[in-house]
Design a protein around this ligand. Structure first.
Ligand SMILES: [Zn+2]
Length: 354
């Protein structure tokens, strides 16, 4: 069995759920899932409880990460309507700034474009600015990027109209980058009956088959694959008010390796989008002596249970994949091997040195 060696993958879009909702996930379980999926670093989203929006909440989240993370990490700041110079000064300690421009749950939704000016103007040019902006709102976000002449990164592009907007902006040399999730690359609305209505809830919602096809057809304008790992308890997903989101850290690599086997992308396309481009866009340091060993021949069916994430379910159950993570080495130490996470909580390091 010839093993394939990949650089440590980096996921720039993970919901760790701690502080506030550790029954869904916490820093220890999220980073265990990351290592099991071949990710040696994650960037954590700020829509926790309380949300990470200022120095106090940022420091509290970082402290939890220091105590519990098993892989390397950085933490996003979320912009509120009160964003100002004090928040902008936190940039070097963060993964970047997240702007929720499309309707979202919680206090981070920037409803009016009136509240967009400060973050677009004050956040440092060289620091990542990530937008959740769907459909027409994406056009507005691109307008703001142009207005303030600053780079933006578009989270989870899901629809044909969105990838065409980004293609147009890139063709004109605008400094926009974007990510696509495995669930928008591999699932559509046609999968909802199989997944179940509540479990299939996700934002952006699953697209039509033509949306999925457009993402594959425009792969060259997709900079990054990000999981948007958004774990919820199964009981919540099966309740009358199911919250949106899927776990994704442990299924991303096998799904994408299967696409490589099928000739839908090359291994270099994958490594660029899960390592090199992520490092370049977020300006991340190299993790020395860090790699992932994959058995590219291993064929398996995605199981319903047995995952490291506390949200022990997956929308990809039953799908046949080829390629399996055998071993992960982080800074010269085996941190995952044959189904077992070996790295203890607290062994992960901050990618921003804080
Ligand atoms: Zn998200």
């Amino acid at each position: 069995m010839a093993l394939l060696r990949l650089p440590g993958l980096i996921d720039p879009h993970v919901h760790v759920r701690e502080p506030g909702a550790t029954y869904k996930e916490d820093w220890s379980t999220a980073t265990a899932a990351a290592l099991a999926g071949g990710f040696t670093a994650i960037l954590a989203m700020p829509n926790t409880q309380p949300p990470v929006t200022d120095e106090t909440t940022l420091e509290a989240a970082l402290q939890l990460a220091r105590e519990k993370a098993r892989c390397d990490y950085a933490q996003y700041l979320g912009a509120t309507a009160h964003f100002g110079p004090r928040e902008a000064a936190l940039a070097p300690r963060t993964a970047g700034l997240k702007l929720y421009l499309s309707r979202t749950f919680g206090p981070l939704w920037l409803v009016s474009t009136e509240t967009w000016h400060h973050p677009f103007r004050l956040w440092p040019q060289e620091a990542p600015l990530v937008v959740h902006a769907e459909r027409v709102t994406l056009a507005a976000a691109l307008f703001f990027a142009r207005l303030y002449r600053r780079p933006i990164h578009v989270a989870h592009v899901a629809y044909r109209e969105e990838i065409l907007l980004i293609r147009g902006a890139k063709e004109r040399g605008w400094p926009v980058t974007c990510e696509v999730t495995p669930h928008h690359l591999f699932l559509t609305q046609e999968d909802i009956p199989r997944i179940g209505e509540g479990r299939a809830e996700v934002r952006p919602k699953l697209g039509l088959p033509q949306d999925r096809a457009a993402l594959w057809e425009n792969l060259e304008v997709v900079d990054v694959f990000a999981t948007d790992h958004a774990p919820h308890a199964v009981q919540e997903k099966d309740s009358p008010q199911p919250p949106p989101g899927y776990p994704g850290l442990e299924t991303a690599l096998p799904l994408l390796l299967t696409a490589v086997q099928e000739g839908r992308l090359t291994l270099d396309d994958l490594v660029q989008r899960m390592h090199h481009r992520v490092r370049a866009i977020w300006r991340l340091p190299e993790q020395g002596e860090t790699w992932v060993e994959v058995d590219p021949q291993a064929r398996w069916e995605i199981p319903a249970h047995g995952w490291h994430t506390r949200a022990d379910w997956t929308p990809f159950v039953g799908m046949k994949v080829q390629g399996r993570v055998k071993r992960v080495v982080l800074r010269g130490k085996a941190v995952y091997q044959d189904g077992r996470v070996l790295a203890p909580p607290g062994s992960g390091r901050s990618l921003r040195g804080v």
